[in-house]
Design a protein around this ligand. Structure first.
Ligand code: AMP
Length: 449
């Protein structure tokens, strides 16, 4: 016997011959409603914090000439050799979507001679998309957003510590309690050169057994071998000479000052001898912020940065020591969702206006606009719907109050206002409406907090 279907079969959606389903590109994502709201909240919190440290916003283009990144990140960096989205535009220019933001910020500072017209250090924060052609995984996208700061034009360990603690405090404010700050020094140019000689010597008879990337790094920038994630290579790397044994007096003293001021401020850190960072422009202090989940796993650094001395002069400006970091917004958001799902904000409304019949639509609409002008978040259904349907929508939209307008209410100017959480309903005169909602929404909520 043929089993009877409980529900009728749905008629399959018929595809037109030329119909095509467009998917977002690999390594990209769509965010909407709660997800998008929480990303925006993270960014707003970060903006609020950096303003306490004297930072102003800077906006730079999403694309620059390829040469800028090749020059600043280093021809041999992973970013430049493997990860850039590069194309020739219609005018024949070689263009790259920014794989990081620092180079563009420094270019803008040099082009606009900001170092000559403003007090140093220049302190800028930025937020926006960055593009890297990486293998997508959890917390790793091809288009992702960075929030970062650059403090340009002061050569003092104080600005390094200020910047490191800013990132640390910002992540704490976002809710990360046990941030692990990893820190290392790459020393000054002289120290780095001596260290590179020692590393070349160490890897000379081992490099043929290491991965292809390491072989390339051995030729182009031996320091980067320390960054290799291949487990077999890491076994070899752990016995490599350490930077700290090749620091000259000046570099040692600089790093000691940074470390003791971090101690003084009770900012916990781990010195990681193998932390070198992927870009060519760093000197002295480099750092990363990590967060480990209870099972000990991590989705990679949530933020990272370092001190740089030659970047401004490298692209035509004066020699200006600088320091900065970038925080990956997607990684922050992924972790917050996992760690504190209950604390994430839901999309909501203050009032949902519920109308009863065609005649009440326009009055409802005018009242909605009036309430919006008085800073309440209000919405309504713009076509006739049943009372039940409208209440369902009000609940789905997390409205705090439903304000009901029928023909009688239109005439009397007295509206039933229902608290959708407690279900308590009160009659409110039109003239008292703003005060009533202000008391209920602003003051009573503050008391609840
Ligand atoms: P970096 O410039 O590589 O030090 O990156 C700074 C921060 O951006 C990292 O600590 C991550 O949080 C974030 N980030 C880097 N690459 C990616 C990626 N492919 N997807 C998502 N976030 C990333």
């Amino acid at each position: 016997m043929v089993p009877r279907l409980k529900r009728p079969l749905k008629v399959p959606f018929l595809l037109k011959e030329d119909f095509m389903v467009y998917q977002n590109q690999r390594g990209t994502y769509d965010a909407f409603d709660e997800e998008a709201l929480n990303i925006e909240n993270v960014v707003e919190t970060l903006k609020d914090i950096v303003k306490f440290y004297g930072y102003n916003p800077i906006h730079t283009p999403l694309y620059e000439q390829t040469e800028l990144f090749a020059r600043t990140s280093g021809e041999s960096s992973d970013i430049v050799t493997k990860e850039m989205f590069t194309f020739i535009d219609k005018g024949g220019r070689n263009i790259t979507l920014r794989p990081e933001v620092t180079a563009g910020v420094i270019r803008a500072i040099v082009n606009n001679k900001l170092y000559a017209t403003k007090d140093l250090p220049l302190k800028y924060y930025y937020y926006g998309p960055t593009f890297r052609y990486e293998r997508p995984s959890k917390g790793r996208y091809r288009q992702f957003n960075q929030f970062g700061v650059e403090c340009v034009g002061v050569n003092s360990y104080l600005s390094d510590v200020e910047t490191i603690s800013l990132g640390f405090n910002a992540l704490q404010t976002l809710g990360f309690e046990n941030i692990v700050l990893k820190i290392n020094t790459l020393g000054d140019e002289e120290s780095r050169k001596n260290y590179q000689v020692a590393l070349r010597e160490f890897f000379k008879d081992k490099i043929q057994n290491m991965c292809d990337d390491c072989k390339r790094r051995y030729e182009t920038n031996v320091l980067r071998i320390l960054d290799c994630k291949d487990p077999e290579d890491q076994e070899i790397i752990k016995d490599a000479p350490k930077m700290k044994d090749y620091l000259n007096e000046n570099s040692k003293e600089y790093f000691t000052k940074v470390i003791s001021l971090l101690d003084e401020q009770q900012i916990p850190y781990e010195i990681d001898d193998n932390l070198v960072r992927g870009l060519d422009y760093y000197s002295h202090v480099v750092f990363e912020y990590h967060y480990y989940l209870k099972d000990g796993t991590s989705i990679g650094a949530i933020g990272a940065g370092g001190h740089y001395d030659n970047l401004v002069s490298e692209i035509g400006g004066p020699a200006l020591s600088s320091v900065g970091f970038a925080i990956g917004i997607e990684r922050v958001n992924t972790l917050l969702k996992e760690l504190m799902p209950e604390s994430l904000e839901k999309t909501s409304l203050d009032v949902y206006i519920i109308h009863m019949g065609e005649e009440t639509l326009q009055t409802s609409f005018i009242l909605m606009q009036e309430l919006r002008n008085n800073c309440f978040k209000v919405d309504m259904c713009l076509e006739n719907k049943s009372l039940g349907q409208q209440f369902k929508i009000a609940n789905r939209k997390n409205a705090k109050f439903a304000l009901i307008i029928g023909e009688n209410e239109m005439k009397s100017y007295v509206y039933p206002v229902k608290n959708l959480k407690t279900t308590v309903q009160e009659e409110v005169d039109y003239h008292d409406l703003i005060d009533y909602l202000t008391n209920k929404i602003v003051f009573e909520e503050e008391e609840e907090c």
